[in-house]
Design a protein around this ligand. Structure first.
Ligand SMILES: [Cu+2]
Length: 114
């Protein structure tokens, strides 16, 4: 009689386990959706305008580490749109994204920092 009761308990425990596993999977599915973060805003790098050369279409920027692995430094960038040089000013802070275009690092997107 005692052995039968023990077997019944094991069977009951065995049935309850798959139920717990199913609810755990549901939790993981929700976590996966949160990993989709917009890449556009996180790719912007902080920089400070040092010198603007409108005739050459270039700007010297002291920038933080870039997503492409370049460490913080002061260097000359080209700009994708020459009109952007009119919006920048010496000593002004910007946040920008740069790409290698025709062998030259070029600012392809930027926002002015207050
Ligand atoms: Cu650089």
């Amino acid at each position: 009689m005692k052995a039968t009761a023990a077997i019944a308990f094991v069977i009951a425990a065995g049935i309850s386990l798959p139920v717990l596993a199913a609810s755990d999977q549901g939790g993981h599915a929700g976590h996966g959706a949160m990993s989709e973060t917009p890449k556009a805003t996180s790719a912007l790098t902080e920089g400070m305008v040092k010198k603007i050369d409108k005739s050459a279409g270039k700007v010297t920027v002291s920038h933080g580490p870039l997503p492409n692995g370049m460490p913080a430094m002061t260097m000359v960038f080209k700009v994708k749109d020459m009109a952007w040089l009119d919006q920048m000013r010496d000593g002004g802070k910007i946040r920008f994204a740069a790409d290698q275009i025709n062998g030259a690092m070029t600012i392809v997107r930027f926002v002015l920092e207050q």
